[in-house]
Design a protein around this ligand. Structure first.
Ligand SMILES: *Cc1c(COP(=O)(O)O)cnc(C)c1O
Length: 225
């Protein structure tokens, strides 16, 4: 588990890179939210991050989110981002805990989330399979319009953006055309939030308009296996 000094140093380094990318892109720093992706890391690490001032955390797995949300309930202001696709039977955990859901890609899940959500509608981003990868989750760009329309009919969900996970590559520039494509799709559909960019490519994502970047390894180190 990472210690406080290393975590502080990592946050400072990542924050510096986010700020530099914003400057280069001519964007205000506040236009980008840094999400610290804490999946598979223990709750103690999240608490340390919260003590250092970080408020947005990303989790992939619904049951892990459920447990961490319950265990860290006293961390005031902590916002949970559910960033991975979920099974319909686990949608209730996301409906309860999430501030934003980044990986909506099945109507069945959307229906379950809307049914289970109490209070304000859950803000959702639709995951788009920008590169058309057979192995990947996400809505095909050609099916996006119909999917958005179907989700907009659900009372307890609000579509606020799109998410992309481009093919893994060593070269951050390889992600750029996919980020561009996501931005164009969002603009065509009149939605403003763009969740794109991870440790390997978040600066490129910011240059291409990301409003939410999901950074795990550069903040917490390698995930325990
Ligand atoms: C794990 C994960 C991340 C973080 O990836 P890093 O390379 O560790 O920054 C971002 N987004 C999603 C959807 C993830 O599953």
């Amino acid at each position: 588990m990472i210690d406080r000094a290393s975590l502080q140093a990592n946050f400072t380094a990542v924050e510096g890179r986010v700020a530099a990318a914003c400057l280069k892109a001519g964007r205000p720093r506040e236009s980008v939210t840094l999400i610290a992706v804490s999946k598979l890391h223990p709750s103690e690490v999240i608490r340390l991050g919260w003590e250092l001032g970080q408020r947005d955390f990303g989790e992939n797995y619904a049951q892990e989110l459920r447990d961490k949300h319950a265990g860290l309930a006293e961390c005031a202001g902590l916002r949970w981002h559910a960033i991975g696709p979920v099974q319909p039977k686990n949608a209730k955990y996301v409906a309860k805990a999430a501030f934003l859901f980044h990986a909506l890609e099945r109507l069945e899940v959307a229906q379950e989330l809307s049914k289970r959500r109490v209070g304000a509608p859950l803000k959702c981003l639709i995951e788009v399979n920008v590169a058309g990868e057979a192995s990947k989750a996400g809505i095909a760009p050609t099916e996006l319009a119909a999917f958005i329309e179907a989700v907009r009919a659900l009372p307890q969900l609000e579509v606020v953006g799109l998410t992309a996970m481009p093919p893994i590559s060593e070269d951050p520039e390889a992600s750029r055309p996919h980020f561009k494509a996501l931005r164009e799709l969002a603009s065509q559909h009149g939605i403003s939030q763009l969740s794109m960019g991870t440790t390997g490519d978040f600066e490129v994502a910011i240059e291409e308009g990301a409003t939410l970047v999901r950074v795990g390894t550069a903040i917490f180190g390698h995930r325990p296996t």
